[in-house]
Design a binder for this molecule. Structure first.
Ligand code: ADP
Ligand code: MG
Length: 514
């Protein structure tokens, strides 16, 4: 070999070494990046831990906060609002009643025909429409004029099928799912907006009065007979269907719960008298907070960037409005570690672009190649060609966030059962200790109704929640507790309450606190 040949051979060897070294270094770098992304997942899993021990702490905290909220005004982040509903429908209601349900995403108008004990609900019609985005931040007049005109169109379309003479006054039950200081069963002042609504001139106003004025302006002879929160409507339908129903939980865009409480346990309102001895209490549990809640940096960022920081902490961890955005924040963090996501400053940085139904679809993608995950990443976030192993990681993120939400909601439900002595422990208010055997033998069949798109449409969420309630209660107690999904309860229930308000009886069960 001549000098030139030798030189070439050495040159080639050096070059291949350099290429090999670059490849190895790239591989090492990419492995490091991958490890960092896996680290993001691990950290999330730890931060979202809902061990049974932690869930029990949340149960206790919920029961204790309920107590504090009932003891004094402002005694807890749980407002524990009086509803003045002491008369839940029992099946005797008769006639045609209307309802409207203003809750968050959709607005619904309903007509319900009630046939009394024998025929029950003869029929109901529902009309849904989305609330135009601009009305959520406009004026109260714009919002209620829109609602009144939708109600009027609904009434006009019914023709002669309503069984009502056209000149007869109609009775309306209104469901308004934002915190209200209730003045009576048919009036209440808006305390604050949640779920993205922000109509400033409305805060402090009587919601029923605004609606009544808009209906009158629209030329409709309709009386706002009841004004309730959606959870109260759901409880009304639950109780109408099954008298063992003691609580209702909403898990949709937002989250809330109500239950039947003994009036003498509502200490902040001494001397409160009702025919039944009980009253439905609207917990406004979206605002529940406890240091035992597993909170991550993603939750803190979401809260800090929301229009209502330090507010509705529980709702922000468990409800449909927020779960998608928590997942988006985690994916964004992963994208900052790994360059397969492309330009991370793009759509992934847009708040609320990833809606909860989409995380449900990714989570429930059963195809081996996760084609649905690919499609959603591409169509919604503009991210193409994500490797399968990264897609799998994203599914895990959906799982972790959803599982935490469902299990925390479950702990909240058991917290209510504990407060009213239906969890097998004797209740926090009992003031005397009981043996476990004595408590167990006293557990009565207990129904909790659950309404809302997150619970009813997202199967994995539902399974996690149901499973956690059984896990916390234990097998023996869990067999007495029925979780029942209901639909349109908040609307139909409002119509039932309007009917019950017209013909009151004394049907609220009130012997639930031991
Ligand atoms: P609202 O709470 O506005 O009265 P719904 O009870 O119908 O309305 O709940 C709608 C919410 O439920 C949506 O905002 C969404 O977060 C959630 N949701 C609806 N469908 C699904 C789904 N398939 N998977 C997961 N979440 C869903
Ligand atoms: Mg609703």
């Amino acid at each position: 070999m001549g000098k030139v040949g030798f030189g070439l051979a050495v040159g080639c060897a050096v070059a291949s070494c350099a290429i090999a070294a670059t490849l190895v270094s790239r591989r090492v770098k990419s492995r490091r990046k991958w490890n960092r992304v896996v680290g993001v997942l691990r950290e999330l899993e730890e931060g979202c831990s809902t061990s049974i021990g932690r869930l029990r702490q949340v149960v206790d905290a919920m029961a204790v906060e309920m107590h504090a909220g009932l003891a004094s005004e402002g005694g807890s982040k749980l407002k524990m609002l009086l509803t003045f509903v002491d008369n839940l429908p029992d099946g005797n209601e008769k006639g045609t009643y209307y309802a409207l349900d203003l809750g968050g995403t959709n607005f619904r108008v309903l007509r319900v025909q009630l046939g009394g004990k024998e025929s029950r609900i003869i029929g109901h019609e529902v009309e849904r429409q989305p609330i135009p985005q601009h009305l959520m931040t406009s004026t109260s007049e714009d919002l209620f004029d829109f609602i009144a005109s939708a109600v009027k169109e609904f009434v006009v379309r019914e023709g002669d099928n309503s069984g009502l003479q056209l000149d007869r006054r109609r009775e309306l039950g209104c469901t308004f799912s934002f915190p209200m200081k209730q003045l009576s069963v048919s009036s209440g002042l808006l305390i604050k907006w949640t779920k993205g609504f922000a109509i400033k001139d409305m805060v402090g106003k009587d919601v029923a009065e605004c609606l009544q004025q808009a209906l009158a302006k629209g030329g409709l002879d309709m009386r706002v007979a009841t004004l309730v929160n959606d959870s109260v409507g759901a409880l009304a339908l639950g109780h109408y269907d099954d008298e063992d129903t003691v609580a209702a939980v909403i898990i949709g865009t937002g989250s809330n719960a109500c239950y039947v409480e003994r009036t003498d346990a509502i200490i902040k309102c001494q001397g409160l008298l009702t025919n039944s001895g009980g009253m439905v209490v609207n917990m406004e549990w979206g605002n529940f907070w406890s240091s035992h809640l597993p909170r991550t940096s993603y939750d803190m960022d979401l809260d800090a960037e929301s229009p209502n920081p330090n507010d509705m902490g529980f709702e922000k961890m468990i409800s449909g409005m927020y779960l998608g955005d928590i997942v988006r924040r985690v994916i964004l963090r992963m994208a900052q570690e790994l360059d397969v996501f492309g330009d991370v400053a793009s759509k992934l940085s847009e708040p609320f672009i990833l809606r909860t139904p989409l995380i449900a679809a990714m989570h429930e993608d059963e195809s081996p190649d996760l084609v649905e995950v690919s499609r959603i990443l591409k169509d919604t976030l503009g991210i193409n060609d994500i490797p399968l192993k990264v897609r799998k990681l994203i599914v895990r993120v959906c799982d972790v966030v959803t599982r935490r939400a469902a299990r925390l909601a479950a702990a909240g439900i058991v917290g209510i059962l504990k407060k009213i002595g239906r969890d097998g422990s004797g209740g926090v208010a009992s003031g005397r200790s009981k043996s476990v055997g004595e408590s167990l033998s006293k557990i009565r069949r207990t129904v909790v109704v659950i309404e809302g798109g997150l619970y009813s449409n997202y199967e994995m969420f539902r399974e996690y929640l149901d499973e956690a309630v059984a896990e916390i209660l234990g097998e023996e107690v869990a067999q007495h507790v029925v979780l029942k999904v209901i639909e349109d309860g908040s609307g139909i229930g409002a119509a039932l309450l309007a009917a019950a308000a017209s013909h009151p009886s004394t049907s609220v069960a009130h012997d639930n606190v031991t």
